[in-house]
Ligand binder design. Sequence first.
Ligand code: ASP
Length: 325
Amino acid sequence: MANKTAIIFTGGTISMKIDPRIHAAIPALSSEEIMAMVTNIEKFSEIEIINFSNLPSPHITPKMMMELSILVNKTINREDITSVVVTHGTDTLEETAYLLDLTVNTEKPVIVVGAMRNSSELGYDGSSNLSAAICTGISKNAKNKGVLVVMNNEVNAASEVTKTNTLSLDTFKSPEFGPLGIVDNDEVIFYRDIVNRQFIDTNEIEEKVGLLKTGPGMESDIINFYINNGYKGIVIEALGRGNIPPQMIDGVKNAIEKNIPIVMVSRCPTGRVLDTYGYEGGGKHLRNLGVIFGNNLPGQKARIKLMLILSITNNMETIRNLFEE
Ligand code: ASP
């Protein structure tokens, strides 16, 4: 057979069933048990199983994500491999997918997939998601698209996709621009492309990066807590176009004086941050203080990107360029 797909299993609901003693889902299925449910897949691709972990995704750390990236890079660069599919819990799937997107340098397809229903539930979606992911990976059209997330027959870019619903099968959405394509009857159809892709050349990750969401009346205390506890960078999900309450300004100044980058994104689900407002705590004021603007990334993705950048530099201007250019 011409196609060979390496499937790297990390855990998540796709690997879970209900434990009758505690009446709750835990990782329990082996990779072989999962693959036995993906019937007829051998007609499309030879499969190689690689076991990375069997963890719920809230247990996966940025360090593990980086180890996974090293494994994906090694596997995808093998001549006999057509594509790599990574199974993952959906809770932090977008972080892992984005980290892979930034650090795996290949034109071959790399797909991240999960499930919203475990194998003890009616309508387990793990096998259909996995077969759609494998079909996407062997499609020539899926080359040069960066890392893709395939769930519920939709193909989304790792750089854009986010988990939008705690329960529904079509939880993975790209709220700003929509999916790249669909999987229809085992065929992948793309409707648009990704124009801006970034590669960060690193094998390491700086885990001490804080994340906080802004609300009215918030002060500098959390920022100062991060500074005093050795954090190397902070991501702030600011209000609207990129503004914060004036009481947070002292914390921002304190961080920047200590060469701790503050990356600002918006708590709005879509749209860029910009220096539109000139009042105290407005975007213009923050720009003048040296805050870095994180474009339209959600906070959790900006945090992953800052973790990767801080593993190679703590030069403020280089960090700024990697976020703003
Ligand atoms: N809590 C689970 C996890 O992320 C949810 C899932 O896999 O869908 O591992």
